[in-house]
Design a protein around this ligand. Structure first.
Ligand code: PLP
Length: 409
């Protein structure tokens, strides 16, 4: 350890399927079994190095959890001013339900929670001496990677489906990313990124194909626990694409449990994976009692962030659902769009379509009695709604004509 480094507690990486061990501080992608690698820590030493009171004195943002993260040298902690995202009650639409809360991740840099994962992936890429990152994206991940990569002085190449919303593609380019539209879906883009590793020498930052995005997304769980004063909601609704956040939060809760910050009398939340009926591989597999989810053909949904036909971490998502006593649920696009409008009109809070899907799923689960009115629920709004197409506003006034004041009454 050099003078400039602060203690971090990473001991090794571990294959999430086989348990095979890999050394920390080396460049790694998937395990030999083709599965995600998980970062493991010396939790005992970690717990001695930091207390809940220490945390409370630190500035906002994910780096306040640095002992729980793998970056060793402070100068490699790339930051764009991450905030602690607010918990916003939805008292009107909650009705008689105990408490319905949105964790609004749209307030993070680049307007989505992809900032958390990519802050860690890019910081570790810098620490390990990588210089050119690449990824497939449905939009938000590419924007976050481009922003953090440029901040770190690294090159980045992004491949996205050709129907990715204009604003996302432009945003990636604006951040200095080399962005290309591909005539296919995200998994097709992923295959090209995989092939380019050898051809170009870039590093594959795809969801779960490097070990550190999970650690960034894990901070959602750490942050939620801290914000709720080291208690947790009864149920979490998470819009699930690759599932990084759901897997990461479940890992966070396990680590907090292990160090005693979530004592045994604190119940862990039921984890609910929300997908769209147009692309629901996890829901289909979970309903069949399977751990692995085959590719979903002809995936389509307005919620682009969860249009992920095949997820390399499928079994990790399904294990977290099952271990937590949760479930997987699909809602259709019509319900997603209506949910977004309802929350905006009733609560003044704009959700992205993926966030709106969690509200639609909460309503459906309440109606189906999969959850009860006495459950406190947290919905993840993963991006700012401003980045998405909205219904067009069409009304105008001609100030040179007589105004029909009736219209306003
Ligand atoms: C990426 C993304 C998701 C899915 O997140 P995962 O953790 O990869 O499952 C959901 N919504 C939005 C807006 C996203 O950008």
């Amino acid at each position: 350890m050099t003078a400039a480094s602060t203690p971090t507690f990473t001991t090794h990486l571990e294959c999430s399927l086989t348990g095979e061990i890999y050394p920390a501080d080396t460049i790694q992608g998937l395990s030999a079994a083709g599965k995600p690698l998980l970062v493991r820590y010396d939790l005992e030493s970690l717990a001695q190095a930091v207390s809940q009171a220490d945390l409370a004195r630190r500035t906002e943002g994910l780096w306040r959890y640095r002992e729980f993260l793998p970056v060793r040298r402070p100068e490699n902690r790339i930051s764009l001013g991450e905030v602690m995202t607010p918990l916003i009650d939805l008292p009107h639409v909650a009705g008689k339900s105990e408490r319905l809360i949105v964790k609004d991740e749209g307030r993070l840099p680049t307007g989505s929670f992809k900032a958390r994962g990519l802050a860690l992936a890019v910081s570790m890429a810098k620490e390990l001496g990588l210089d050119h990152l690449a990824m497939p994206t449905n939009g938000n991940a590419g924007a976050a990677m481009a922003a953090y990569a440029r901040r770190a002085g690294l090159r980045c190449t992004v491949l996205c489906p050709d129907d990715t919303p204009e604003i996302n593609v432009n945003e990636i380019q604006f951040h200095g990313g080399d962005v290309w539209r591909v005539n296919g879906l995200i998994n097709d883009c992923g295959a090209l990124v995989g092939a380019g590793k050898e051809q170009v020498g870039w590093f594959d930052c795809s969801t779960l194909k490097e070990p550190y995005r999970i650690e960034g997304k894990k901070t959602m769980g750490l942050e939620l626990a801290e914000q709720m004063n080291w208690r947790l909601p009864d149920v979490i609704f998470y819009p699930t694409g690759g599932g990084t956040g759901l897997i990461g939060m479940w890992k966070a809760f396990a680590e907090l449990r292990a160090i005693g910050w979530l004592p045994d009398d604190v119940k862990l939340p039921r984890m609910v994976a929300v997908q769209s009926t147009g692309c629901a591989p996890i829901v289909r597999a979970w309903e069949k009692g399977k751990e692995f989810a085959p590719l979903w053909e002809d995936a389509h949904t307005v919620a682009a962030g969860i249009r992920v036909p095949v997820a390399v971490g499928d079994f990790l998502i399904i294990r977290a659902i099952n271990e937590s006593g949760g479930f997987a649920i699909a809602v259709d696009d019509e319900a997603i769009l209506a949910a977004g409008v309802e929350v905006a009109h009733t609560e003044g809070l704009m959700l992205c379509p993926e966030g709106a899907a969690t509200y639609a799923a909460w309503k459906q689960a309440l109606a189906d009695r999969r959850i009860g009115a006495d459950d406190t629920a947290v919905l993840f709004n993963c991006a700012t709604g401003i980045k998405y197409p909205m219904p067009t506003a069409t009304q105008s006034l001609d100030r040179h004509r007589e105004i029909e004041w009736e219209k306003f009454r």
